[in-house]
Design a protein around this ligand. Structure first.
Ligand SMILES: *Cc1c(COP(=O)(O)O)cnc(C)c1O
Length: 417
């Protein structure tokens, strides 16, 4: 792959997008996505909120409806659907989480999974009543923590994070104490794209007797993850971002095998019972990760992500990460050349080691530009009050889309600056 000048060597000319696309070894995968060449959307940089659908999906959904649902009818539950949350969880574990089988299920939303896992952590650390979370975390993560605190009497200890970064090992060092039951953090900060030190913070929490819960929404499918090797206790993440599962596809939830024996989650439902069809009087949790399921599996919502997992397995997460860095390098080089002179600021890290797959830029006029950008089919994502996130989905985003977007922003901003 053509390499870009290192950050700081601003004198070197920024390469042309067409040169980078032509040299991109993963460039051919773009055609596997539906709508990648739709002329009404010349640039889609919001795959970090909703990944594009795979082009194979119309056929896959059609055969699901006719053969599986229509053909097998209720027999489908016993034949495969009831086991799908576990089978698909194992596949996600193997392909993108670095997790051995039996620790991951697909069920519910990320929000509900966070609730289940935070309650599980409090139950697993009796005598400790503090939850640590950072103020920069995604709203739903903070709200669920606040809700659990209100419900259980747990105390919240907040980490204040610097703008453009996320929670650091030093932050964790300063706040995790004898009372801490669990620390809830995002692997990649949703605003800045900052990558947290998962192994370091996890090891520190364990030294101090606390558990960790990592939110992987912005990292799964875009950066390598090794949950087992890192010793992570609990994790969850959504599947409609870089796993391209489609709007509202269910989350995955991971519980380390070491915790599973005693683990108790709060939403007791028949599908997590040892014997769902016994219709018995009292709940007895199933062995293993199945106990984290509550109700009927959302089977239709699990179809699309399987196609994307197949693609990720074919390409390999390391090659995906290399492309992701090339895309964010390019976005930052274009920012330096065309947007910084107009007063736009960079709110994402420049260092590779701590940079995820999106780049956030800020300017007070950005809120006023979004409608015009969207009407031109240039679709980045906006985060109030003034941030545009350029979400770079490694297998479906071209360098041309990055250039098109930055140029559109420059041309709209220049007359106002
Ligand atoms: C996208 C995202 C969520 C979304 O949660 P849902 O329950 O799927 O709506 C949660 N946390 C983070 C960090 C996210 O980026």
């Amino acid at each position: 792959m053509t390499t870009l000048p290192a950050a700081g060597l601003a004198d070197a000319p920024v390469p042309d997008a067409s040169v980078l696309d032509a040299a991109d070894p993963l460039g051919g995968y773009r055609s596997r996505f539906l709508g990648a060449d739709d002329p009404s959307v010349p640039a889609y940089l919001d795959g970090n909120s909703l990944g594009r659908p795979l082009a194979s999906l119309p056929g896959v959904f059609s055969s699901f409806v006719t053969e599986q649902w229509g053909g097998r009818l209720i027999r489908g539950w016993d034949e495969s659907w009831l086991n799908l949350p576990l089978a698909l969880g194992d596949r996600i574990g193997r392909s993108v989480l670095g997790a051995a089988a039996g620790q991951t299920v697909v069920a519910d939303s990320t929000t509900v999974s966070l609730y289940k896992l935070i309650r599980t952590a409090l139950h697993a650390r009796p005598g400790r009543s503090e939850i640590v979370i950072d103020r920069g975390n995604f709203p739903t993560d903070r709200f669920v923590v606040e809700g659990v605190a209100a419900e259980t009497g747990a105390h919240i200890r907040w980490i204040e994070t610097e703008p453009g970064r996320g929670a650091t090992l030093a932050d964790a060092e300063a706040v995790i104490g004898d009372e801490t039951a669990v620390i809830v953090l995002s692997h990649i900060a949703y605003r800045s794209g900052y990558i947290a030190d998962v192994p370091g913070i996890t090891a520190l929490a364990h030294e101090r007797g606390a558990l960790v819960l990592w939110d992987l929404c912005h990292s799964v499918g875009s950066v390598p993850i090794e949950l087992d090797a890192w010793g992570v206790d609990l994790a969850t993440g959504c599947t409609y971002k870089y796993l391209n599962g489609g709007p509202g596809s269910p989350a995955f939830l991971y519980v380390n095998a070491a915790l599973l024996g005693e683990a108790r989650q709060p939403i007791w439902g028949w599908m997590g019972d040892r014997n769902p069809f016994a219709m018995a009087d009292g709940y007895v949790p199933a062995d293993g990760i199945r106990r984290f399921i509550s109700g009927t599996p959302p089977v239709v919502g699990m179809i699309a992500m399987q196609e994307m997992l197949g693609l990720i397995e074919e390409v390999g997460i390391d090659a995906i990460r290399t492309k992701s860095l090339a895309l964010t390098d390019y976005a930052i080089a274009l920012f330096d050349e065309r947007l910084a002179p107009l007063g736009v600021t960079l709110s994402s890290p420049r260092e590779h080691e701590v940079r995820g797959s999106h780049v956030t830029i800020d300017h007070p006029s950005f809120a006023g530009l979004m409608q015009e950008l969207w009407s031109r089919g240039v679709i980045p994502d906006f985060r109030a009050p003034s941030g545009i996130r350029l979400g770079l989905s490694p297998l479906s985003t071209s360098f041309a889309e990055v250039e098109f977007t930055v140029e559109a922003i420059r041309s709209l901003l220049a007359p106002r600056a």
